[in-house]
Design a protein around this ligand. Structure first.
Ligand code: GLU
Length: 290
């Protein structure tokens, strides 16, 4: 029994609360409860898909209706850009970030030339083109205001931290090889902190000891472990849970409006019906049938 277990549910409010969210929230709550710990809420509202504040209020109302409660005051990422900026400044000062001026189209063409396919869950992996630009070219482009993002130089990261391990409760100890995932974007002009940066900084700030989340984020955890290494942050234990699927085995997506909690409530389902369906789905290997 770990009395000090802290978990979190960290939805991106880009639409209505969905049965997939409920599974993630339940996993976090159950693990905390099993150890007499706490389960926190974090609103991950910094990306382009989460710009309508109404979704946050709706999500919170749906969670309360389901009887899912969280400890303490929710953390809201939109209010924390200053904290992310300090982490970026630190990485930049240590030569671990570089500006990248490539457009999406250019990256696709570079990858096609190299014959590289996108990573299943991480998408295109940047081939590192701008990491070797001469300093005077970089200065010239920055001075001219050329659009750019900031990427984490994974080769340098690996020089600093090597290949550290992290623990997954379901899959055991994993080794993170920073260079295996490409130089990820940590900031853009429109969104001055990426998901990868914010999640790592905030898990540490909230004192999260156990991160429970869907299997789709398993690969991202390697990136997060690398960031924890260079930022000197504590490393939580991870538990990636299975995702809900439909009868055809296709992953339930947020766009499947019929699986939103609001639509199930309107169709007459009570909170306990939804929780029962979720338990049944898990017994059937994640196949959701309502
Ligand atoms: N905000 C992410 C989502 O809604 C989850 C992030 C995480 O659990 O680390 O998919």
């Amino acid at each position: 029994m770990h009395r000090d277990v802290v978990t979190r549910f960290a939805p991106t409010p880009s639409g209505p609360l969905h049965v997939g969210h409920v599974l993630a929230a339940c996993r976090a709550r159950e693990l905390a409860d099993a150890h007499g710990g706490c389960c926190l809420l974090r609103i991950e509202d910094i990306d382009a898909r989460a710009q309508d504040p109404r979704w946050v209020a709706m999500m919170e109302a749906d969670l309360a209706w389901l009887g899912l409660h969280f400890d303490g005051v929710p953390m809201v990422q939109r209010l924390r850009f200053g904290v992310y900026e300090r982490a970026l400044d630190d990485l930049r000062a240590r030569g671990l970030l570089y500006p990248c001026f490539c457009t999406r189209g250019e990256i696709k063409a570079q990858l096609a030339e190299l014959g590289r396919a996108p990573h299943e869950s991480l998408g295109d992996q940047y081939p590192g083109t701008c990491s070797s630009l001469p300093p005077d070219v970089v200065q010239e482009r920055l001075a001219a205001g050329k659009p750019h993002c900031w990427r984490l130089d994974m080769r340098r990261v690996q020089d600093v931290i090597g290949c550290p391990t992290w623990d997954d409760l379901r899959r055991g100890t994993q080794r993170c090889v920073p260079t295996a995932f490409g130089d990820v974007v940590l900031a853009r002009k429109e969104f001055p902190a990426s998901y990868h940066l914010a999640v790592v900084v905030d898990d540490a700030a909230q004192g999260v000891t156990h991160v429970t989340r869907g299997e789709d984020l398993f690969a991202a955890t390697h990136i997060h472990r690398a960031l924890q290494g260079v930022l000197g942050l504590p490393v939580p234990t991870y538990a990636h849970h299975q995702l809900l699927r439909d009868n055809a085995g296709k992953r339930l997506a947020k766009r499947d409006g019929a699986r939103s909690i609001a639509s199930l409530r309107e169709a007459g389902y009570a909170p306990q019906d939804i929780m029962r369906s979720l338990r049944r789905a898990l017994e059937r290997g994640g196949i959701w049938e309502v």
